[in-house]
Write a protein that binds this ligand. Structure first.
Ligand code: ARG
Length: 573
């Protein structure tokens, strides 16, 4: 149990003994000179029991006496206090290498996370990267807090790009059996690389935009796949497979782990049973099948959801509804989280309402769209490449690599240098992407974000390297915290007590900025300490041990929190 929780329980028992009942929250003191922490419970109780808050506060502190220090009351009934140094130190000594003991686990629940969402045969853009970074960190946060999770990449493996690529292959190799209507046998393996596909998509796109007949063919092929044309599907599935290998590599680089590698195509078999559930709510409108999803209390216009298009084809929504049907049937998760661009929020509102109204999901299955803001350039508009093109993830990574490269120490060379450069690049990307609140847009500033100083990923990794280097220079492992009189050190220890509230805030808001802020604060406190005291040359054994134990504690916390953000540490930089 966390230290704070343990103390809150202790205080709750005091209230009980006094005949009061109330929740109790230990808060950081707003007047540090009066004590490190405060309780506001006397005011709450005064209202409830119609008594003077000062009287209640005195009753409470008479029972706190022996277990806390520095206790005093401030009008109209604030109780200020500090923890006993020895108490705090005993607790932290037990947590030096045990991060889990610093916070409280939540109740059991299964959370299904849908993030990543790359589109097959197309390059990932910066929006896909946000989904991956936020989704992966949320998954790890959930696990840290004790929840069971299932993650699914939900590949966009159906759409116009399928028609484009197949029409391009048809043009280049019309003799392939995939284009022979009468062909009935086994399908051969095709010989394309992901790079081929990328180039073919680009040329098909240009041609189709200038040639209506070609575009018509693209549409036809796309529609045929949707209807289940076996030959096209067999070909398309191979293309998806080829491009998935590349997409997987990128997610590996971003340290993303998916339990399920499913996509829109996988939902096809679930469309008929899903439609059976929705049927009573569907009606025809302009030849399409739609469902009304508005509510009486709506303050904005919520248009009907198109479930089947006017030409009988499925759309994005059909596939998402079928996917929900399948996820509930297979996993019955308590919650499904969709980490997808905020620009899809109306869409998800419609899909969630359709699911709830039709009974596709039950009351206890929560559906949440965790939208995120846009990455902008210095002009405040969506981030573009220098020549105004779409900013793909690879372009962005190259920009960061170029910033990082000259900052790495000269003596680090060869493979090691390359490895460190990659890790720092990913750290820069992830930390800056998670640093602003999930829902806000932010301006991507490659120079600022890759700096080794300031609120950046590399700064946290630099601090981590420094801690490892200090601890690597001492021979023994046999040090622990002792009570010493040092306010700077105490500030670090008190900061550590904030961990449970930081994790809870992040979880409640589904936003990682509380963790990035905390990492920066803790790293800054430590670096200030490092610059003020001589850790390795300290002569007093007791003081030196306490310094070293603090280093180890801080190091362990940094690495655990970095791991939640899916940022890998380095050993030099
Ligand atoms: N592939 C989609 C896109 O690129 C994102 C998928 C999000 N997940 C979902 N279940 N709709 O916009």
């Amino acid at each position: 149990m966390s230290f704070i929780k343990e103390k809150e329980n202790f205080l709750k028992n005091i209230l009980k003994d006094l005949g009061y009942e109330s929740d109790i929250v230990i808060l950081p003191s707003s007047k540090k000179e009066l004590g490190d922490f405060q309780l506001n419970v006397a005011m709450t109780l005064a209202k409830k029991y119609k008594k003077n808050p000062m009287t209640i506060a005195s009753e409470i502190i008479s029972k706190m006496d022996s277990s806390f220090s520095n206790i005093n009351i401030a009008s109209p009934g604030f109780i200020n206090f500090s923890f006993k140094d020895q108490d705090l130190i005993d607790y932290l000594n037990n947590s030096i290498t045990n991060f889990e003991s610093l916070y409280d686990k939540h109740k059991e629940k299964t959370i299904f996370l849908d993030y990543g969402g790359a589109n097959a045969a197309k390059a990932l853009h910066v929006g896909h990267m946000r989904s991956a970074n936020i989704g992966e960190a949320l998954r790890r946060l959930c696990n840290t807090l004790g929840y069971k999770t299932i993650s699914d990449v939900h590949l966009g493996d159906l759409g116009r790009q399928a028609g484009m690529l197949i029409s391009e292959i048809k043009k280049r190799e019309p003799e392939l059996v995939f284009f022979d209507e009468n062909y009935k046998g086994e399908y051969p393996k095709i010989n394309y690389t992901a790079e081929n596909l990328g180039n073919m998509y680009v040329s098909a796109n240009i041609e189709a935009s200038n040639d209506e007949k070609r575009m018509e063919e693209v549409r036809e092929i796309t529609a045929e796949i949707d209807k289940g044309n076996e030959r096209y599907l067999a070909l398309w599935k191979q293309l998806v497979e080829i491009s998935s290998v590349e997409i997987k590599k990128i997610y590996d680089e971003l340290n993303c782990h998916f339990d399920l590698w499913e996509g829109e195509l996988d939902s096809f078999k679930d469309i008929p049973p899903m439609l059976t559930v929705l049927k009573p709510y569907l009606y025809e409108s302009n030849k399409a099948m739609v469902m009304d999803v508005k509510n009486d209390g709506d303050t904005k216009e919520i248009p009907p959801l198109i479930v089947i298009k006017n030409d009988g084809a499925t759309i994005y929504a059909t596939r998402d509804l079928a996917t929900i049907y399948s996820r509930i049937k297979r996993f019955n998760p308590d919650e499904i989280w969709y980490v997808v661009d905020s620009r899809q929020s109306l869409y998800f509102e419609q899909v969630f309402r359709a699911s709830r109204m039709s009974g596709l999901v039950r009351e206890h299955n929560k559906l949440l769209h965790l939208g995120f803001g846009t990455i902008n350039g210095s002009d405040g508009k969506p981030y573009k490449t220098r020549d105004g093109g779409v900013m793909y993830l690879n372009n962005l990574l190259d920009i960061i690599r170029n910033e990082i490269e000259p900052k790495i120490k000269e003596e680090i060379t060869g493979e090691k240098r390359a490895e460190i450069k990659e890790k720092l690049t990913i750290a820069t990307l992830k930390y800056s992407d998670l640093m602003s609140n999930r829902t806000t847009d932010y301006i991507f500033d490659p120079v600022k974000f890759s700096s080794f100083d300031g609120k950046t990923g590399p700064y946290i990794l630099y601090t981590d390297v420094r801690l490892k280097s200090i601890l690597g220079k001492v021979e023994t492992n046999d040090y622990k915290l002792e009570v010493i009189n040092n306010l700077d050190l105490k500030n670090i220890l008190l900061k550590i007590l904030e961990i449970p509230s930081i994790l809870n805030h992040s979880f409640n808001d589904k936003s990682l900025n509380y963790i990035t802020d905390y990492l920066f604060d803790l790293a800054s406190l430590f670096n200030k300490f490092y610059n003020t005291y001589h850790i390795l040359t300290e002569e007093d054994e007791k003081i030196k041990n306490t310094y070293l134990a603090t280093c180890k504690l801080v190091l362990n916390i940094l690495e655990n929190l970095l791991d939640i953000l899916a940022i890998n540490p380095v050993d030099r930089m």
